[in-house]
Write a protein of this length. Structure first.
Length: 166
């Protein structure tokens, strides 16, 4: 599912610095539309809580977080999130893969699955991995079947032979 904040996500994904100060006007230029009034009135709009709004998800998915917000001068500083480094990693039962590391096709598939799962990314990821595992298992079984010797005898005859051999 496309978000109207995707241009900001893509912009941040392409940034090479560790810290990126932007004016609200520059953010609007990247987005191609004006920020909502709440972005200029409430610092909480710029929080890093992904449950707040889709704008947050854009910079968090890109591996960034907001560090300093100055409503008076209409400035925000984005910093690379240490927990969202470019390398995938696993901790315990959790696998963390930054969105920027996904292929375009994988990101589109997850967007589609997330939309079908009412925005639940964990369910979408689980479904994608499950379906990939099923498809891989199917290819493995197809390969075994293709290499297996062909049986031309009737199965009833084979059962009789097995019975009589005892």
């Amino acid at each position: 599912m496309m978000s109207k904040y995707d241009p900001l996500r893509r912009y941040l994904e392409g940034a090479t610095s560790e810290e990126l100060p932007l004016t609200f006007a520059e953010v609007e230029g990247v987005l191609g539309f004006r920020l909502p009034p709440s972005a200029k009135a409430h610092a909480t709009w710029w929080s890093n809580n992904t449950g707040t709004h889709v704008g947050v998800r854009a910079w968090r998915d890109a591996g960034w977080k907001t560090s300093r917000v100055d409503l008076g001068s209409e400035r925000v500083v984005f910093v690379r999130s240490r927990q969202d480094t470019a390398a995938p990693r696993a901790t315990g039962d959790c696998l963390m893969v930054p969105r920027a590391r996904l292929s375009i096709a994988a990101a589109k598939l997850l967007d589609d699955y997330t939309a079908e799962a009412s925005g639940d990314i964990a369910t979408a990821v689980s479904r994608a991995i499950h379906e990939a595992a099923i498809a891989r298992r199917g290819r493995y079984i197809d390969g075994l079947t293709a290499r297996a010797p062909r049986v031309t005898d009737d199965s009833v005859d084979l059962i009789r032979e097995d019975r009589d051999a005892r």
